[in-house]
Design a protein around this ligand. Structure first.
Ligand code: ZN
Length: 220
């Protein structure tokens, strides 16, 4: 992509220049669709990550960082959109999602999948070992049970010398014994039955995490 092709529309550039003059650790750009929020967000990101920004703080359009963003491969940029939109706009999906869709195991999702956030997903196993409820707080109870069942599956797999399927091996804590893992697996099947209609979602999450923590910290 040439620098000209990547040049933002004049109204986006004006907004970008205005926002770059301000400071903030996070920006929330919202409004009716079609105003160009994504283009503006991308312009801000290009400027923040640029190796030699212009005087007004705008991205140079020529450095390695600008180029990596233009070809959608910047290691420090995480774009989170529904998979259908990622594919339409030519952004790469996580490897596993790409493979599942290519192998026709499932269709691209029209919603943002919880697993699509590799920041959030990878942290779940070790957070559970610490008993950290916040790692599941963005999930509905049924999704939380599903995530824990996947974690339990992977630890059981590791325990018997197989490869984990849902998490990276590096993100998993040391697997506990087969006994605790099997009991946990059975308990999660029970939890899954009521997860769609929990008596109290907050209490359910807390109890799920307490159970996960106990299992992950048992050594026999
Ligand atoms: Zn640059």
């Amino acid at each position: 992509m040439s620098a000209d092709a990547a040049a933002p529309a004049p109204w986006i550039a004006a907004q970008r220049t205005q926002l770059l003059a301000q400071r903030g650790h996070a920006w929330l750009l919202h409004g009716p669709s079609g105003l160009g929020q994504f283009a503006l967000a991308l312009e801000l990101v290009r400027a923040w990550l640029c190796e030699s920004p212009a005087g007004d703080g705008a991205a140079c359009g020529h450095c390695a960082s600008c180029h990596a963003i233009d070809v959608h491969t910047h290691a420090d940029l995480c774009v989170l959109m529904p998979e259908t939109q990622m594919l339409a706009l030519g952004w790469p999906l996580p490897e596993k999602a790409q493979a599942e869709i290519e192998d026709k195991k499932r269709k691209a999702s029209r919603e943002i999948r919880v697993e699509a956030s590799p920041q959030a997903w990878a942290l779940i196993p070790k957070a559970m070992a610490r008993g950290d409820v916040s790692a599941l707080s963005a999930l509905e109870p049924a999704q939380a049970v599903d995530a824990l069942q996947k974690l339990c599956h992977d630890l059981l797999a590791q325990r018997v010398g197989a490869q984990p399927r849902y998490f990276d091996a590096a993100d998993l804590p040391r697997p506990p014994g087969l006994g605790p893992l099997t009991r946990w697996s059975r308990a999660l099947i029970q939890e899954a039955r009521t997860a769609d209609h929990p008596f109290n979602a907050g209490l359910m999450l807390e109890s799920l995490v307490a159970q996960a923590r106990q299992t992950l910290n048992s050594r026999h």
